[in-house]
Write a protein of this length. Structure first.
Length: 175
């Protein structure tokens, strides 16, 4: 089956960025993994040709069936979502796993490779930013978990990596 224009743009975006990926047979979906600052982020990118839409979804490797941890994780996702302008965190209530989803509807059937690359960067960055916070929730138990302030946890800036400043003569594209 030939690829849609939109899926071909996704493949071209990954190739031009030099990112490794694997196509999911029979679907317009690719899977990829990225080594980020805190964790490895696994994601998939899916084309929805009829809607001219691309969705990038990353999932946390951590999950919990503990109802208290699941509730705290949900609070974390809700509070972070209030601050986001692109994408959102979701919780699978049944297995207590966190996801980040970034979706874009394109005005043209072929989409835009640069926007798709930006969606992937955003998804990796957001999931990586949450990884240490999710880990703190998963390792906190009992009364300490109940007393844990999600608001204070979100105010920690010591877990955010420094953004490299380009040296003079480097392009904005990050030479």
């Amino acid at each position: 089956m030939p690829h849609s224009e939109l899926f071909s743009t996704i493949l071209a975006a990954f190739r031009s960025a030099g990112w490794n990926y694997a196509e999911v047979e029979g679907r317009e979906v690719i899977r990829a993994g990225f080594e980020a600052h805190h964790t490895r982020v696994e994601l998939h990118v899916q084309a929805f040709e009829r809607l001219a839409t691309v969705s990038v979804v990353a999932e946390s490797p951590e999950m919990t069936e503990d109802p208290t941890k699941r509730e705290r994780l949900t609070e974390l996702a809700m509070r972070v979502n209030q601050t986001l302008t692109v994408g959102n965190f979701e919780i699978n209530w049944d297995d207590g796993r966190m996801y980040f989803r970034c979706t874009n509807l394109f005005p043209d059937p072929q989409g835009n490779a640069e926007i798709i690359q930006g969606m992937v960067h955003n998804t990796v960055g957001e999931m990586d930013r949450m990884a240490p916070l999710v880990a703190i929730l998963h390792r906190t138990e009992g009364p300490d978990l109940a007393a844990l302030s999600i608001e204070a946890l979100l105010e920690q800036d010591d877990l955010i990596p420094e953004v490299p400043v380009p040296k003079s003569g480097d392009s904005a594209a990050g030479k």
